[in-house]
Design a protein around this ligand. Structure first.
Ligand code: FAD
Length: 460
């Protein structure tokens, strides 16, 4: 049977884009279907605009603390509109670069909503009608959207999600943020730097429940307590009514009135309308498309990658999954190794994580050892006045295997890669002790941590 394409990818987010580039490199005739803006969540409403806003909040914080280094600055003026424009321009540039890179490589861009109408057949419903294309293989990369819990009404202006927050159309004086995960933390950093009073509402019993507990505790001390942030923990925002003011009814019986409310309560997959049920694929209650570690679904020649799989909802994970799917499509068996994929929160200071947290490692039955080193003892951190921070290593006491690394401190999002590489090659802390780091650098906090871990092993 001959096909229109070797590969059709539905969804041109970071996952679809990564898969398309690797497919073309591998010699596959490739098409990508996109029903909205090219670039998906990360480029248009996620990583990119949020990091442009965080660049502004970070610079503001640096300038506010520059007197520690002997630099006095006059009064700081914040131009909200200019900050928002900077973010919008960055988005535009990166979206255009991404689209051009696909076109240049010869990827066919099909504009419209894609749907599977039969195995290996994709119908694209565009502005000018629909057309069905055939492909040897199909990758679903349709991403995710914000989850809005029941009882919360979003009007997009006074009650909004990250989709609107990245546009920074206004800065509420009193802002409630529902959810204390990484999106909630990043926006708390942005809005408090711009002068908002933030009220963080977390339904679970601890703030930042997915983080290693030591990092979550330190983050509270460094990122929450010194800032204009009030917290509610173990409390559900049961009803949120938009307006001026926004009214929030909490499960503890209290009622809050605020100027704005950002709903950052997680994300849900975009898997409806793809024709999956008709092809016998069950996405369960939560809607994620089930895949194995090769990114294969239960249907031959159908693959899924990125947020829609719910495996690790991060841009670089989506791109890595795209690469793995294409490798398997080309007959070269490849598997995802989620343990070594790092994650970061771009607050000031940053947080970076890879591998297992201490509770996860215990749950998996390891004989868990941990060590901590502190930025307060690091020469570079002291010289630059960035002494708030910690590196925590989680390792297996019986083998010395590095299981996880959790960092809060300046440049943690960059520092974490060293530990990620070590976990990728399943290194032991004894092997890592031999690594020499430039002096003075923040990376020496990791070197010190490896030494402490190896020392702890020697004593067991
Ligand atoms: P998406 O980027 O969501 O792309 C899916 C695409 O598919 C969309 O363009 C959509 O229009 C299209 N689509 C859907 N259905 C169809 C259809 N039927 N037909 C045609 N097209 C369709 N991750 C990080 O790694 N680092 C960060 O710093 C970071 N910051 C973030 C900040 C925020 C505020 C948010 C919300 C997310 C952030 N993320 C970050 C997460 C990251 O954005 C996602 O993990 C990533 O975008 C997932 O990529 P994807 O390709 O799976 O899906």
């Amino acid at each position: 049977m001959s096909f229109d394409f070797d590969l059709i990818i539905i969804g041109a987010g970071v996952g679809g884009h990564g898969a398309a580039l690797h497919a073309v490199e591998s010699g596959l005739k490739t098409a990508i279907v996109e029903g909205a803006e090219m670039g998906g969540t990360c480029i248009n409403r996620g990583c990119i605009p949020s990091k442009a806003l965080l660049a502004a909040s970070g610079r503001l914080r640096e300038l506010q603390h520059s007197s520690e280094l002997g630099i006095q600055v006059g009064s700081l003026q914040v131009n909200r509109g200019a900050i928002a424009n900077h973010a919008a321009q960055v988005v535009e540039k990166i979206r255009a670069d991404m689209t051009r890179s696909l076109e240049k490589l010869g990827v066919t861009i099909l504009r419209g909503r894609g749907k599977l109408v039969a195995p290996q057949q994709v119908e694209v419903q565009g502005e000018k009608g629909s057309h069905t294309y055939t492909a040897q293989d199909v990758i679903l990369a349709t991403g995710s959207r914000p989850f809005v819990p029941p009882g919360i009404e979003v009007d997009g202006r006074t009650v909004f999600t990250s989709d609107e927050a990245v546009r920074l159309e206004w800065v509420p004086e009193r802002l409630a943020i529902i959810g204390s995960g990484y999106i909630g933390q990043e926006f708390a950093d942005i809005y408090t730097a711009l002068g908002s009073q933030v009220i963080l509402i977390e339904a679970l019993e601890t703030l930042m429940p997915a983080f290693d507990p030591d990092i979550a505790r330190l983050a509270q001390r460094v990122l929450i307590k010194p800032r204009s942030i009030q917290t509610f923990v173990g409390v559900l925002a049961q009803q949120v009514i938009p307006g001026q003011p926004v009214t929030i009814h909490l499960s503890n019986g209290e009622t809050l009135q605020v100027d704005g409310c950002l709903v950052a309560a997680g994300r849900i997959p975009v898997s409806e309308g793809l024709g999956l049920a008709e092809l016998g694929i069950d996405t369960g209650k939560r809607g994620f498309i089930p895949v194995d570690s090769r990114m294969a679904t239960d249907l031959p020649h159908l693959w899924a990658i990125g947020d829609v799989t719910g495996k690790m909802m991060l841009a670089h994970a989506a791109a890595a999954q795209g690469r793995v799917a294409v490798e398997n499509i080309c007959g070269r068996t490849a598997y995802m190794d989620y343990l070594s994929i790092p994650a970061a929160v771009f607050t000031h200071p940053e947080m970076g994580f890879v591998g297992l947290t201490e509770p996860q490692a215990k749950e998996e039955g390891y004989s868990v050892g941990t060590v901590r080193t502190y930025f307060g003892g690091n020469s570079k951190a002291i010289a630059s006045g960035e002494t708030e921070g910690m590196v925590k290593l989680v390792f297996d006491k019986s083998t010395g295997l590095l299981l996880g690394s959790h960092i809060l401190g300046a440049h943690a999002a960059d520092l974490i890669h060293e530990a990620a590489q070590a976990i990728a090659r399943r290194a032991t802390v004894r092997e890592l002790v031999g690594l020499v780091h430039v002096h003075p650098t923040l990376a020496e906090t990791l070197e010190e941590a490896y030494k402490r871990a190896a020392h702890a092993l020697a004593g067991t």
